[in-house]
Design a protein around this ligand. Structure first.
Ligand code: NAD
Length: 488
């Protein structure tokens, strides 16, 4: 028998960056054009994989946000509110088609600015963003059928704020339903990933969206705060951390503003002993290491039935050994860069806490770049319910493993966090899935799969994961007022 050795390492398969054209400086997108921020204030956005400077981006002050809200109000009252739905739909269809046509450019820019693997921005973020515009374009002229027997009106000017983990997809989740229902928007993307929203502004110009219907103000927390506090905003929609969400909820409550909050999560991924084991291992890996674990619904807690725990954890470790951590532009990369130095610091701190609380850490051997922000895929076993790594959102590639003996115990452990966004169940028994889905305190429950999204399917949470839904009719309803005209 020959004992030939094979080198099974992958040759690099780099995506070209020639398709994107990054300007040195970006303005705010107000009233259909790019304008400087007051005092010409800017901040830098960098590539987290290399720390290379990408561009300077305008930082919107209170006065700039005020201009954007005024532009949105004018656009609302002058044409968008009263435009027939059929006509509004045309703009949404055009945006969707442009996103498809320019998908590669958007995907490369998303990866450069955010650090996520190109295969994810190409195969997930961009198709999802386009799908949301297509889906909501379909609703724009059918609102009377979506809410039968009710008089449907838009809110007016909507303030929307998003995080950095899925910049384009989050923009689509927010903008598409707001525009379909006749609202105008002031949109603030996250400060570490503003570039794809600004490329989207170019698309809005290309499709001749009337000026002021969408305004994009870039900046950090203070810019977001100015939008939240603006007295002429009629509705707020926020996706981000639970802490900021709570502040926004207080501000909205004081002014009785309609609000949707999509916040953090600490999802349980529950694997029973009768599950298809190899598929479950694959699902658990995707559930936590997709997008470096920067996912609100990441399956960050594995609950595995005690009878299979040892075998399952062993298989999981062997699978994680094979994950390729590295250049996000390489099509072979499974795990890209952490989005920012600040986020890397938060992950490293919580991992230290996990070790000091007595959990056992496992990390595969992988060489991490010195430049840029990197964290090795991490599995904690021997985790107790009281450990901070079992309770707090880490928002990084870190999985906490616990075991259970009975289904009741699995439900109890799964629900024992302040969050309630999502959960996953792996078993061959349909009845067990339905029983669990009823009892799990989670807005979304996936069965024998994980991280599946569709614009027609509402997404959102309970408890500290927020309220309101995005996607489907439920998501649409957050952007309209419905009047029954006295009928109940
Ligand atoms: P973050 O709350 O720090 O920031 C989110 C956005 O809010 C950013 O645009 C930021 O500039 C802005 N902001 C910050 N302070 C503000 C203030 N005082 N007023 C108004 N706006 C302010 O969150 P992050 O670190 O960017 O994102 C990670 C968090 O987002 C995680 O907790 C994650 O779970 C959550 N998230 C939730 C969902 C969901 O659908 N439930 C989706 C993605 C991310």
């Amino acid at each position: 028998m020959t004992t030939e050795k094979f080198d099974l390492d992958y040759a690099p398969a780099l995506e070209s960056t020639a398709v994107v054209n990054i300007a040195k400086q970006y303005g705010l997108f107000v009233n259909g054009e790019f304008v400087k921020a007051r005092g010409d204030k800017t901040f830098a956005t960098i590539n987290p994989a290399t720390e290379a400077h990408l561009a300077n981006v305008a930082e919107a002050s209170k006065a700039d946000v005020n201009k954007a809200v005024k532009a949105a109000r004018h656009a609302y009252e002058t044409y968008w509110r009263d435009m027939p739905g059929k006509q509004r739909a045309r703009y949404l269809y055009r945006i969707a088609r442009q996103l498809q046509e320019r998908a590669r450019e958007f995907a490369v820019l998303e990866t450069l600015d955010g650090g996520k693997p190109i295969t994810e921005s190409r195969d997930f973020d961009l198709p999802q963003a386009a799908a949301h515009f297509f889906y909501h374009a379909g609703w724009a002229d059918k609102l009377d059928y979506a809410f039968p027997g009710r008089k449907v009106t838009s809110h007016g000017v909507v303030g929307q704020i998003t995080p950095w983990n899925f910049p384009m997809m989050m923009a689509a989740w927010k903008l598409a339903p707001a525009l379909a229902t006749g609202n105008t928007v002031v949109f603030k993307p996250a400060e570490t990933t503003p570039l794809t929203a600004l490329l989207l502004a170019e698309v809005l110009q290309d499709v001749d969206l009337p000026p002021g219907v969408v305004n994009i103000v870039t900046g950090a927390g203070a810019t977001g705060q100015a939008l939240v506090d603006h007295p002429d905003v009629d509705k707020l929609a926020f996706t981000g951390s639970t802490g900021v969400g709570k502040m926004i909820q207080r501000a909205a409550a004081a002014r009785r503003l309609p609000l949707t909050l999509e916040l953090g999560g600490k999802a349980a991924h529950i694997v029973f002993d009768d599950a298809a084991i190899d598929q479950a291992v694959e699902g658990v890996v995707k559930g936590i290491f997709f997008n470096q674990g920067h996912v609100c619904c990441a399956g960050s807690r594995l609950l595995v039935q005690e009878s299979i725990a040892e075998m399952f954890i062993e298989k999981l470790k062997r699978r994680v050994d094979l994950l390729r951590v590295g250049n996000p532009l390489d099509k072979n990369t499974d795990v890209g860069a952490i989005n920012s130095a600040a986020q890397l610091g938060r992950i490293a701190d919580l991992v230290k806490v996990g070790v000091s609380e007595g959990a056992e850490i496992y990390q595969p051997k992988c060489s991490l770049n010195k430049k840029g922000f990197w964290f090795a895929p991490t599995i904690f076993t021997g985790v107790q319910q009281s450990h901070r790594i079992a309770q707090e959102e880490i928002f990084g590639p870190v999985l906490s493993v616990q075991t259970f003996r009975t289904a009741d115990e699995a439900v109890q452990k799964a629900n024992n966090t302040p969050f309630g966004l999502s959960a996953g169940v792996w078993t061959e028994k349909g009845s067990k899935i339905l029983w669990m889905a009823d009892l799990l305190n989670a807005g979304v429950v996936w069965a024998n799969t994980y991280n599946q999204f569709d614009p027609a399917s509402p997404f959102g949470g309970y408890k500290e994961s927020g309220f309101g839904r995005e996607g489907g009719m439920q998501g649409l309803s957050a952007y309209v007022r419905t009047d029954t005209g006295g009928r109940s």
